[in-house]
Design a protein around this ligand. Sequence first.
Ligand code: Q46
Ligand code: ZN
Length: 302
Amino acid sequence: MRCQICRGKASVEVRQHHAAFCPLCFVQYFLKQVKRNIQAHKMFSSSEPLLLVVSGGKDSLSLWDALLHLGYNVTALHLDLGIPGYSDRSRDACSAFATEKGADLRIISVKEEFGVSIPELAKRTRRVPCAVCGRVKRYLFNRYAVEGGFTTVVTGHNLDDEVAALLGNLLHWQTGYLARQHPHLPSTHPKLAKRVKPLYTLTERECLAYALIQRIPFLAEECPHAEGATTILYKEALNHIEEASPGTKLAFMKGFLKHKDIFRVVEEDVKLRECTLCGQVTTEGICAICRLRERAGAVVQG
Ligand code: Q46
Ligand code: ZN
């Protein structure tokens, strides 16, 4: 196999594009894809202050590396979820990367913000950890961005994440979620930061290849609560289809974005207001997080 750019020995195959690259040209290809996604969806300009959410895994650290290489004004935010063992290792991976690159990393913890960790909050509210975790993360990332003057929250969701979510939303006809699924969600309220996903066309395999070639010290371990999640089942099903028909995932994603206006009517029905307790944006009088706090009876800060 020859690199399609320099004709040297190729070591990374990108089957969805029927292409192969040597390590150096793959890095250039990856950076170009990221930049193209940012520009194609007018995600942000090079001077805008970005808040990149980092977990310590290959996707978010690869994106951090790519944004630094491309010269964007990026600050990373890591949220310590308080999951025994895993959270310490996640935080250490983020810190190691920040130290190595001299990059700006902020760390906040669920326990400091809510008085209890994610597992404890889930236990007290009798919910599964992921249901609580997803909401808490969105709430805290948005609040940190708006209060810190960041215009944009950037996340490392890749193509596999996006098509798994899309399949799940379609299987359950979650029309509200389908209306809001997009690599660039603009701000619709002064207290809501714009949310963008520059990796949405790059597969998990491509992110892994980039992280390995760039020698990024990422945490390979998955969160213990991810086990058994339905998104894993959807990812496996999509991997089977992709194996037999390379390019299906990308075509699925792009086709959805092309036809997504079908769901717009539902989106416009949603009315935004400010939570009477914490002031953050919600569609109800009291936001889901404040209701969660009340149920948990936790020591909280508003
Ligand atoms: S971190 Fe949180 Fe994930 Fe762990 S508890 Fe579930 S949602 S699996 S991305
Ligand atoms: Zn609230």
